[in-house]
Design a protein around this ligand. Structure first.
Ligand code: AMP
Ligand code: FE
Ligand code: FE
Ligand code: ZN
Length: 293
């Protein structure tokens, strides 16, 4: 069974509408797909209906933006942590409020990035909005698409190399719920929190002793239930470490594409997958809403 539990639509920074995404998933031979747009559930209904019509299994999810303050090599740093939340109650009040706040601060941050860019190039916020569905979660990819339309770069990845790079001159960081609070909230809403693309960016020669074990232990103590080990951004050096951690704490292990549209990112549907056993564990753990299989 081909199961892909991490994808994006035009409700956030993907390029396929929820319906197109389900069509492409069926065409790619997937049997079960989760829609996990950034900080929103607004694509669920359309995706679920289309998946049903196509005979595709559908798991509702969210990729929740959170931030963690951790210590690395004796220095305090703030990192952005993405949490996949499977099967949370979409009407859980506190979760809705936090997601609403994140979407609002993402807009303010997007505007701040555009203001910095506008000091050097003729970009406006209205131009960025033209690249977004109404009410969709705003992120740097919409700004990247604007830069492509302006002819400044040839694709999203090129935009991320300079204009939108985290260590570039125009970057503005996220502010969002703390990772520990987000995990608690997802659990309260009956969802299954799984850390997305953990340890993305860890170099091939990193000493396992230098990996942030304390932070993982805090997340597990707070209720983290899974790790997305099989994802193109999770370095080989981190996978063994994560699998051992998962075995020790009986965490769910998933694999996914993180598809954002054929042209949105190199990641293509089904390039990494989750086992049926792990999907069944998620379905048992998630009590906030139902999957349609
Ligand atoms: P933001 O949420 O605004 O910080 O933007 C991060 C999003 O940009 C991620 O969710 C990715 O989907 C996307 N992204 C990051 N790097 C790239 C890249 N090199 N090419 C295309 N999309 C990217
Ligand atoms: Fe994204
Ligand atoms: Fe992510
Ligand atoms: Zn994602």
């Amino acid at each position: 069974m081909i199961i892909d539990l991490h994808t994006h639509s035009t409700r956030s920074d993907g390029l396929d509408t929820p319906s197109q995404l389900m069509e492409n998933a069926a065409e790619a031979g997937l049997e079960v797909i989760a829609l996990t747009d950034h900080d929103t559930v607004s694509g669920w209904d359309e995706a679920r209906a289309k998946a049903k019509a196509l005979g595709l299994g559908f798991v509702p999810g969210i990729e929740v933006t959170s931030v963690s303050d951790i210590e690395r090599f004796g220095k305090k740093i703030r990192i952005s942590v993405h949490l996949l939340a499977y099967l949370p109650d979409p009407e859980h009040n506190a979760l809705e409020i936090v997601l609403g706040d994140t979407v609002a601060t993402r807009e303010a941050r997007g505007r701040a990035i555009v203001e910095k860019l506008a000091e050097q190039i003729p970009i406006t916020w209205e131009m960025v909005l033209d690249h977004l569905d109404k009410g969709a979660t705003i992120g740097r990819p919409a700004i990247a698409d604007t830069l492509v339309t302006m002819g400044l770069v040839h694709d999203r990845s090129a935009a991320f190399e300079y204009y939108l790079s985290t260590d570039g001159p125009f970057y503005v960081s996220h502010s969002a719920v703390s990772t520990i609070d987000a995990i608690g909230l997802i659990r309260q809403a009956g969802g299954v929190p799984v850390i997305a693309h953990p340890l993305k960016g860890v170099g091939p020669n990193t000493d396992p002793e230098d990996l942030p074990m304390d932070h993982f232990q805090e997340m597990i103590a707070a209720g983290l239930q899974g790790v997305e080990v099989y994802h193109r951004d999770v370095p080989e050096a981190a996978r063994k470490w994560l699998l051992e951690l998962a075995a020790k704490h009986d965490l769910v292990v998933t694999g996914s594409s993180d598809y954002h549209g054929v042209e949105g990112k190199p990641n293509q549907l089904g390039e990494n997958t989750t086992s049926q056993e792990m999907l069944e564990r998620i379905l048992k753990l998630g009590t906030g809403t139902k999957a349609s299989l």
